[in-house]
Design a protein around this ligand. Structure first.
Ligand SMILES: Nc1ncnc2c1ncn2[C@@H]1O[C@H](COP(=O)(O)OP(=O)(O)O)[C@@H](O)[C@H]1O
Ligand SMILES: [Mg+2]
Length: 339
């Protein structure tokens, strides 16, 4: 950096394209209890970055992705896109969906079995582009072909008339991605995008997401329970536990110097990462209708169980003092009385 006389303007805020601000989502369970799947989440997705949202099953990752997509409405807090709160009217959501797209885990279930590849990809274009062509005057067929090719399906025309049952799992996922990509969204949300795919094609699909962030400047948020995957593609990581982000920071920070005992435990069982002692989490399965007092992780925390928290003089806080919501500033932070 040069020492210019005039300071550069603050770079930060306009980088952020999509935000969750204090988002709570409460469901009423079959037994009539309130289950708070999201319990105050602050999160930001920036242009040109891959953010990984990680955590065990049940931590609220899918609910967060659905809420960011406008499919779930926060009971409290708000989703902010381009600086403005989401407009949940029919027209508002329709406009939003052309700018923020989601790719789901189950590609097979997300494609209409009666629709050809061409129809599947063209559907979004028809819904969202009134003139069905782009700024360069490309026709619908050209846009579909380009999106398929960009998603690694070449030559695209050969797939136009195929049906989902004629495609492999990887091809189906690519068709879904092409459908999202055809709209040139500013943000792509991917919920476990490769967990149902063979290991051999996972890398290719992930490389695709990286290219979108690189070449199109898209913000990509990937939901995954796989920390190895996050390590490979994410710029930043948010670790979730029972409806909260409990640790966030750059991938390097969170995965090489984890501060939260929960992150440490998750990491200790990742095969790609050398660790001396795997930490096996015991204790009750997290239940959002019964969020523990104090630190929500305390009933399962290895540092509380082994006396570390006690020796540090925070054991009482772990059990009784709630932790504040982590702000989405991008700094490395952990919601832990020890950290
Ligand atoms: N529609 C719903 N009704 C009731 N509870 C739900 C609903 N969706 C999710 N939950 C609950 O919210 C919690 C978080 O779920 P989810 O967001 O799917 O987590 P993840 O994707 O991390 O596995 C779970 O306890 C789940 O049972
Ligand atoms: Mg999920």
């Amino acid at each position: 950096m040069s020492a210019a006389a005039v300071p550069a303007p603050d770079p930060a805020p306009d980088d952020v394209v999509l935000e969750a601000r204090g988002v709570e989502v409460e469901f009423v369970t079959r037994t009539g209890h309130a289950a708070r799947a999201l319990d105050g989440v602050d999160l930001s997705v920036r242009r040109g970055e891959v953010l990984a949202i990680v955590g065990e099953s049940g931590s609220g990752k899918t609910t967060l992705a659905r809420t960011l997509m406008g499919l779930e409405r926060p009971t409290r807090g708000e989703v902010v896109f381009g600086g403005a709160p989401l407009d949940y009217s029919f027209r508002g959501l329709k406009a939003y969906r052309s700018r923020v797209q989601m790719v789901l885990q189950d590609a097979a279930g997300s494609l209409n079995p009666r629709q050809t590849v061409y129809e599947s990809v063209a559907e979004g274009i028809r819904l969202h582009r009134r003139d069905r062509s782009d700024e360069q005057g490309r026709s619908e067929a050209e846009l579909v072909a380009a999106a398929l090719a960009e998603s690694g399906l070449r030559p695209p025309e050969r797939l136009f008339l195929r049906y989902p049952h004629e495609l492999s799992g990887g091809q189906k996922q690519r068709v879904l991605i092409a459908g999202a990509l055809a709209l040139r969204p500013e943000v792509l949300l991917a919920d476990e995008p490769v967990s149902s795919l063979d290991a051999s094609i996972r890398g290719e699909i992930l490389a695709l997401l990286l290219r979108f962030r690189q070449e199109l400047g898209m913000g990509v948020a990937v939901v995954t329970h796989d920390l190895g995957l996050a390590w490979n593609i994410a710029d930043r990581i948010a670790v979730m536990y029972l409806g909260r982000v409990v640790e966030c920071g750059t991938t390097e920070e969170v995965l090489t110097a984890p501060r939260h005992p929960y992150t440490q435990a998750l990491l200790s069982v990742v095969p790609e990462i050398e660790q001396l002692e795997p930490v096996v989490l015991t204790g009750e399965v997290p239940d959002p209708s019964r969020i523990p007092s104090g630190c929500r992780f305390h009933p399962r925390c290895p540092k509380l169980a082994d006396g570390t928290a006690d020796r540090a003089g925070v054991a009482g806080d772990c059990v009784g003092t709630p932790l504040p919501v982590l702000p989405a500033t991008g700094d490395h932070r952990a919601a832990c009385h020890l950290a």
